[in-house]
Design a protein around this ligand. Structure first.
Ligand code: ATP
Length: 340
């Protein structure tokens, strides 16, 4: 279409089910009418086989050039010398905010309804700094690094987002009663930021209690701000509350770059079988469109996902259905076209 904006976006197809779910997302974006010039780059297992490294410099440079990437899950080979490629990517691009919207969908059978919360996980430090030693035979230590700078910026990001998206309540999640210095610093940093947002209700909750409250009464939560490890665990817990990893989208955002990816991993148990649920990656692609300012198209894709789940006709096995990845994607595309 003449005059329509074209986007250059880097694509990492990923390992395991990655190629299946990213190809579904590409198909959906093409059907939505947004014009994207994809630049496909390698990382993870594919890159290791070809270039001897899981994260080639070229991959990082190309994401930096385009500033935006859509990414499938990457596996980190087990064994000495392999640092998590996901962690490396987030650190190299300083993608400090991991954003995960958790929303219940009609049609997905779960214990609770009306869940609508957003998780903001600090993405660059904590126990994920990879600083571990065996200090004596039979004794290992892992360093939990928490800084005021990183804690403040994730808090600012979360509060700013909460305010601009009409959210009302922010919870800082911590274990400062035990880790007084590290979690204490995180908590103090978030508390200071909270003072700049008097219009938002602010609460603090200990992580173990938060886990129980989420299981019993998840509707009380709106926005959660967490350090890296608690954010990782609570994300999976909340994914379970709304129907599993197959439907939860995510974004890793920094001041310069953003990489959009689902919460789930490479799911090697179902890779290549054509039954992976593509909705988490498609939802991540919708978050990417929103980030690019294509809000109407993003909303249309989200609405189509809601309809598809509510109808329960074309669901993949993880949601209790019999549809293949391909069938679910085609059914979604039909809905997107209808909503035009
Ligand atoms: P990682 O360590 O990479 O996070 P993991 O093994 O902890 O990986 P996943 O790869 O996310 O976690 O898989 C956890 C379970 O969820 C597996 O049984 C997998 O098949 C299932 N799963 C994950 N993603 C999907 C999906 N998109 N569709 C269907 N099932 C999925």
């Amino acid at each position: 279409m003449a005059g329509q904006k074209k986007y250059n976006i880097t694509l990492i197809t990923g390992d395991g089910i990655g190629p299946e779910v990213t190809s579904a997302a590409r198909k959906v974006l093409a059907a939505s009418g947004v014009i994207i010039d994809w630049e496909v780059v390698e990382a993870g297992q594919q890159a290791l086989e070809k270039h001897g490294t899981t994260l080639p410099d070229d991959t990082i440079s190309l994401i930096k050039r385009n500033r935006i990437a859509l990414k499938g899950p990457l596996t980190t080979p087990i064994g000495e010398g392999f640092r998590s490629v996901n962690v490396e990517l987030r650190k190299s691009l300083d993608l400090y905010a991991n954003v995960r919207p958790i929303r219940s969908s009609l049609g997905v059978s779960v214990h609770h309804s009306a869940i609508d919360l957003v998780i903001f996980r600090e993405n660059t430090e904590d126990l994920y700094a990879g600083l571990e030693n065996e200090i004596a035979p039979g004794v290992a230590q892992g360093l939990k690094i928490i800084t005021e700078c990183a804690s403040t910026r994730i808090a600012r990001f979360a509060f700013k987002w909460a305010q601009s998206h009409g959210r009302r309540v922010v919870h800082a999640v911590h274990k400062a009663n035990i880790m007084k210095k590290s979690d204490g610093l995180f908590l103090n940093s978030v508390r200071k930021v909270a003072q700049d947002y008097p219009q938002l209700e602010y609460h603090e909750i200990i992580v173990d209690n938060c886990a129980m409250q989420l299981v019993m009464r998840p509707q009380q939560f709106d926005v959660l701000v967490l350090t890296n490890l608690y954010g990782d665990i609570i994300s999976d817990l909340t994914a379970g509350l709304i129907g599993g990893l197959g439907i939860v989208p995510g974004a890793n955002i920094g001041d310069k770059y953003a990489v959009f990816e689902s919460v789930h991993g490479s799911a090697p148990d179902i890779a290549g079988k054509g039954i992976a649920n593509p909705l988490a990656t498609i939802g991540s692609a919708a978050m990417m469109l929103q980030h690019l300012g294509e809000e109407k198209t993003a909303a249309r894709i989200r609405a189509a996902i809601t309809l598809l789940l509510a109808e329960k006709q074309q669901l993949t096995p993880d949601l209790g259905g019999k549809a293949s990845t391909h069938e679910m994607t085609d059914a979604l595309i039909e809905k997107i076209k209808l909503l035009k």
